[in-house]
Design a binder for this molecule. Structure first.
Ligand code: ATP
Ligand code: MG
Length: 302
């Protein structure tokens, strides 16, 4: 179940995986230290086209550090980072973008008061006419944004409304459609559902699946194993900077994933502490989940 991922390089041609299945982005034993803080260590990850790779982990597990390496914000300090099988080291997010790696951050880089279509083209506006009389090609931008959003199944009443008036889920969806339109091959989403309710999360999950169906490799960062399991093809769980689980969908159940995320043993220990604080017996507390891990050794249970 746990892979240490580097794979074998078969010498014969027929052993090589079909090209379309080859990972676009790959980490091999990658790690990152900030000074003497080791945020990430020995991480293997392969992001393939037409797959949603979920990266799960608790606060401080190293999720953001991982995607910062892939999106060109930070550089790895150990191991290898490959794009299309070639070792790379990005120094700016622009270099990642040039390779088709687009990142949608949770605090979306949108201008709330500008219309939806304007935000769709922010920084890459379509223009008309030669310099110095060049002007924005508003009609074409509106039409294209409308077509692209519809292609992804996103129907908005009015593209002239300020993007700030859309719901969080809709704004995430527009950002996903934008990345698809501008030719992303890999789409990184950092906790896109974290601030959303159930319904809005469903909306975003739908477009994650739509991006996958359009052929993109999606890296979906989340705390939520249920959200991950709804769309994920592969699951990687980070804990304290190392990959503690790496499994394809067929190899892990939602229960196992939840348990890995919850940290079964840690939950049991927490329950003991809570019972002590409240002066009740552990058994009186409600069951959290079916804890498969043994109750952590407790020195002072009466
Ligand atoms: N720029 C930095 N300088 C020093 N330490 C850092 C820096 N960025 C992250 N860290 C440390 O690296 C570890 C991993 O942090 P990271 O932000 O990657 O975690 P995360 O999984 O994204 O957490 P969260 O769920 O809270 O967003 C943490 O211990 C954090 O304090
Ligand atoms: Mg983070």
């Amino acid at each position: 179940m746990t892979s240490n991922g580097t794979g074998t390089h078969g010498a014969t041609l027929k052993d090589t995986a079909p090209q379309e299945d080859a990972p676009v982005v790959e980490l091999r034993g990658a790690g990152k230290s900030y000074g003497n803080i080791r945020a990430l260590h020995g991480v293997d990850l392969a992001v393939r086209p037409r797959q949603v790779t979920c990266v799960l982990g608790d606060n401080g597990a190293g999720k953001s550090t991982l995607i910062k390496i892939i999106s060109g914000l930070h550089q790895h300090t150990e191991g290898e980072f490959l794009v299309d099988g070639e070792a790379v080291r990005f120094t700016t997010p622009r270099e990642a973008l040039d390779k088709g790696i687009a990142t949608v951050y949770q605090d979306l880089a949108t201008v709330p008061l500008m219309p939806v279509w304007r935000n769709f083209f922010l920084g890459s506006e379509m223009t008309l006419g030669p310099w110095p009389v060049r002007r924005l090609d508003i009609a074409r931008m509106k039409k294209t944004a409308d077509d692209e959003l519809r292609n992804m199944g996103i129907v908005l009443d009015d593209l002239d409304q300020p993007i700030g008036t859309l719901s969080g889920g809709q704004r995430q969806s527009v950002a996903i459609a934008r990345a698809v339109y501008f030719g992303a091959r890999v789409l990184i989403l950092d906790e896109p559902t974290a601030a959303l309710g159930v319904k809005q999360s469903g909306v975003v999950l739908k477009y994650i699946a739509a991006a996958r169906d359009r052929g993109l490799g999606v890296i979906f960062i989340t705390h939520n194993p249920h959200h991950a399991y709804m769309v994920g093809d592969h699951f990687s769980v980070l804990r304290l900077g190392t990959m503690e689980l790496s499994a394809d969908r067929g190899e892990v159940s939602l229960e196992e994933l939840t348990n890995h995320m919850a940290g079964g043993a840690e939950l049991a220990a927490l329950k003991h502490e809570l019972a002590q604080v409240r002066g009740v017996d552990v058994e009186e507390l409600p069951e959290a989940e079916d804890l498969q891990a043994p109750v952590a050794a407790s020195e002072e249970t009466p």
